[in-house]
Design a protein around this ligand. Structure first.
Ligand code: 5GP
Ligand code: ZN
Length: 117
């Protein structure tokens, strides 16, 4: 795929556009959301381009599980496990997904309502 046609998160992963990166390893990248919805709002993404939940294959199970491991590691490092945090995956149009490269939102630093809007 031509770089210009690639999704925004692939460009961030390839360091073609900047982001405030908080964690990187072989399979994942975590960075601050450009338009934060809470005092702490990070995105955790696989380096492999997977568009959404339904793009996950059997071979991807370990990578997807790894995203949760990264999220809880970051949360613990920042002490968020004491107060709590919310993890969100918006999947598809009606859920509000706008970037079609699967990602975990990690939000913290304020109380969150339930049910969500
Ligand atoms: P979604 O709506 O797909 O669940 O979440 C996409 C998220 O990506 C949004 O919260 C949006 O603010 C964030 N986002 C979109 N473009 C960029 C970008 O270029 N850089 C960063 N850091 N975040 C982005
Ligand atoms: Zn992508």
């Amino acid at each position: 795929m031509d770089l210009d046609q690639k999704c925004i998160f692939c460009k961030i992963i390839e360091k073609k556009i900047p982001a405030r990166i908080v964690h990187e390893d072989e399979h994942s990248l975590a960075f601050e959301d450009l338009n934060p919805q809470a005092p702490i709002h990070m995105l955790i993404v696989p380096k492999k381009h997977i568009a959404d939940i339904h793009g996950i294959t059997v071979a991807d199970r370990e990578i997807i599980g790894h995203l949760f491991f990264v999220a809880k590691t970051i949360a613990a490092q920042k002490g968020l496990d004491k107060s709590g945090y919310r993890m969100v995956i918006n999947n598809g149009r009606d859920a509000g997904q706008t970037v079609f490269h699967i990602h975990l939102h990690l939000l913290s630093g304020r109380p969150f309502a339930w049910p969500p809007g």
